[in-house]
Design a protein around this ligand. Sequence first.
Ligand SMILES: [Zn+2]
Ligand SMILES: [Zn+2]
Length: 236
Amino acid sequence: MVSVLPRAAKLGGMALNLLFPQRCIGCGQEGDLICSSCCSSLPRVMPPLCPRCGRPQPNGILCSNCVSWSAEIDGIRSPFRFDGVMRQASYQLKYRNLRALAAPLAQMLNNYLVTNPVPGEVLVPVPLHQKRLKERGYNQSSLLVKELAKLSSLPAMDDCLIRQRHAPPQARTSTVDERQSNVAGAFTSRDQRLRDKQVLLIDDVATSGATLNACAVALKAAGACSVWGLVLAREI
Ligand SMILES: [Zn+2]
Ligand SMILES: [Zn+2]
């Protein structure tokens, strides 16, 4: 009986696939969730970059925002701009329960890390507040970390950071200072395992980097020696 259940589930999955074949979220073509053609046209963040925030910056020097930003996050990197198919992908992963996207998206993060190494020996997802986690049923950043851990062989530490306050959604027009004070103190950590660790913090999307920085404050207070952020897509 025990062995019948997974088999039935598998057959059910196959039947479901026949009825509703998997389609590319960009162009609708049957096959992969992001087809090779849409994949090759994804909007990439092209160097030279500001070494801190990772936004494109002529000559690769600190951008004007970062010159005056006393950040705890050591650096932020992102393979893609939050645009086009990548915008659709993060929407589907976050709000439409398309959890299967986590695997191909984590593969993209891993490919990026191979060619653009970022310091990190443990993977930590940006957590959701408990209330939001209950509503959504999953944390999209945890899904990415789970898949990335398999590909990169870096260990995942999914529960070392706690979001103690849910900040209201940030208006696109809010300034960097407003965003910073909005999330300041929203995270906490007391995990001993973080001591002297290089943390690679993972999220799906970043805008100003204020959330990543607030996480970095908590992770360093718990003993992390460095915190870099790696996000799938960046609003630029
Ligand atoms: Zn496509
Ligand atoms: Zn910068």
